[in-house]
Design a protein around this ligand. Structure first.
Ligand SMILES: [Zn+2]
Length: 122
């Protein structure tokens, strides 16, 4: 059996490498992705694709409160600048939030809805 070769950047098989289609965007609002460890193994891994395309992005992999302790401290320190993208009954449009705050960081939860909800509950 022939070994499959992968692109070091996008980590897709070389035959379907996406790198030539990716143009880096200098995003002014930094994205912080909380990624469940199981998502790192998903072939599509959209967070990794985002990291290819965005200049200002952090991916924090974890599943316990301990894994996100440093991020939690950062969010407490920057609470007026951080917003979480998550649908709920108390969600507000980002445009509305930006009128009262200068959002500099957006938190995204990467995982199934069940895993994202678990991250949200921490
Ligand atoms: Zn590639």
């Amino acid at each position: 059996m022939q070994k499959r070769h992968y692109c070091m950047a996008c980590q897709f098989p070389l035959s379907v490498c996406l790198c030539k289609f990716v143009h880096k965007i200098c995003n002014s609002v930094e994205l912080i992705v909380l990624q469940h460890p199981s998502e790192t193994k998903v072939a599509k891994n959209t967070a990794r694709l985002l990291a290819l395309a965005l200049q200002n992005i952090q991916i924090v992999v974890g599943e316990t409160a301990q894994d996100f302790r440093q991020l939690q401290a950062f969010c407490l320190q920057h609470h007026n600048d951080v917003a979480l993208l998550y649908p709920s009954t108390v969600s507000r449009p980002l445009e509305e939030l930006n009128k009262a705050h200068n959002i500099k960081y957006l938190l995204l939860l990467d995982g199934t809805w069940k895993k994202a909800f678990k991250h949200l509950s921490m």
